[in-house]
Design a protein. Structure first.
Ligand code: AMP
Length: 122
């Protein structure tokens, strides 16, 4: 999918709209989700133009990949969630209900999150 630089996270990266920043390095930005689904709900996004984890994994440089993953650890440290635990997920594409077409990880924490997914009807 072609990257659309008018998506809301691209606007946040350009400083055109504000965010509640938690952490930033050269390759990633982390900020609080505007509609948190858990007591702690932070989004981590790469600074490069990647629609999904698939594109990011395939197309990002090693430096970008490393910088992004270092940011994830730094966010966990910043939020103090490592000991109690957390969950990271990334929605991708139609079946994944991805709403914003700029790759992001959801970092969810702050309570017992229960099992990851409910049993599904096959
Ligand atoms: P999804 O693309 O489905 O993985 O989810 C996109 C997430 O972005 C949702 O959890 C939204 O609440 C969140 N979101 C949308 N706009 C903003 C914004 N301006 N600032 C922070 N979070 C946002």
């Amino acid at each position: 999918m072609a990257y659309n630089d008018q998506n809301i996270f691209a606007k946040i990266l350009r400083g055109e709209i504000p965010c509640d920043k938690v952490y930033e390095n050269d390759y990633a930005l982390a900020f609080r989700d505007i509609a948190p689904q858990t007591p702690v709900h932070v989004l981590v996004i790469p600074k490069g133009p990647y629609v999904s984890y698939v594109e990011f994994s395939e197309q990002a440089s090693d430096v970008e990949l490393a910088g992004f993953m270092r940011a994830v650890g730094a966010v966990a440290a910043e939020l103090g969630i490592a000991e109690a635990g957390s969950r990271i997920l990334s929605n991708q594409g139609e079946d994944g209900h991805q709403e914003v077409p700029h790759f992001h990880l959801h970092m969810l924490a702050g309570k017992n999150l229960g099992r990851m997914i409910k049993p599904i009807d096959k």
